[in-house]
Ligand binder design. Structure first.
Ligand code: HPA
Length: 249
């Protein structure tokens, strides 16, 4: 069974049925919400809203270690993460969907490892290709099955937030090779790799990043919420196909 790390309200994901809520505890504390066990496209799934069900936990305060450890303890096969992002690459405006294949980490001050020396163990994971090949391929296949257009590959720049970026920061990230910007992939994905959990993501562009396209002067927050809602219906179709495909393998 795969885990879906969603943003907040599971009701935003059409077709998903929640049957059981399990409060998990880990040595790092509680995850952002109870684990939501249910089914999607007729197949079992567990969903964890990373900002909490009430969307009250900001990106820099998410207990990423508790979230990933709770999912690993639940015995999931891997993780598919949903995240909204700003579009940096030319032409990637609101509504664009991306299955990223690279990351640049601009965060700071977040607890970023399970191997911080306290347990007497040090581990340097290989992170050359941070997103796992198998669930990425399955996600791309699911998008094809669902008839939803997604971009295969892109570099996700992860900023610390919760504020959005300056135009100069985005211009620098563009020079660095970032295609989208978000605030939650790190350390989430690195922690998953530390526990050998395969991880892939689907990004929803909800605004042009600061200084780009129609965000030249400012990022309109209302537009952000509206675009997110519309694109979520498409993402839900892809994920239903992704989860259902697990049933037939
Ligand atoms: N920047 C960072 N995170 C985001 C953005 C953005 O422009 N849009 C949605 N998440």
């Amino acid at each position: 069974m795969f885990a879906i790390i969603a943003r907040s309200r599971p009701e935003a994901l059409p077709g998903l049925t929640i049957e059981r809520r399990v409060q998990a505890e880990t040595p790092y504390g509680s995850p952002s919400s109870p684990l939501l066990y249910g089914s999607w496209g007729g197949a079992p799934v567990v969903v964890l809203p990373r900002h909490g069900e009430a969307h009250a936990v900001p990106p820099h305060r998410i207990n990423y270690r508790a979230n990933i450890r709770a999912l690993a303890d639940a015995g999931v096969e891997g993780v598919v993460a949903i995240a909204t992002v700003g579009g940096i690459r030319d032409g990637w405006g609101p509504g664009t969907l991306v299955v990223p294949d690279q990351i640049i980490d601009y965060t700071s001050g977040r607890p970023l490892t399970f191997f911080d020396g306290e347990s007497g163990a040090v581990r340097h994971i290989d992170f050359t290709w941070p997103f796992s090949a198998a669930p990425r391929r399955r996600l791309l296949d699911a998008a094809r099955t669902a008839g939803v257009a997604v971009h295969d590959g892109g570099c996700y720049g992860c900023t610390n937030g919760p504020r959005l970026e300056t135009a100069a920061e985005i211009a620098r990230m563009k020079r660095d090779g970032c295609d989208v910007v978000g605030q939650t992939a790190m350390p989430e994905i690195a922690l998953a790799r530390e526990l050998d959990l395969p991880y892939a993501a689907i990004n929803i562009v909800v605004n042009h990043a600061a200084g780009q396209g129609d965000s030249a002067q400012a990022i309109a927050h209302d537009a952000l919420i509206e675009h997110s809602r519309a694109a979520m219906a498409k993402v839900a179709r892809v994920l239903a196909a992704f989860v259902a495909e697990g049933q037939t393998r």
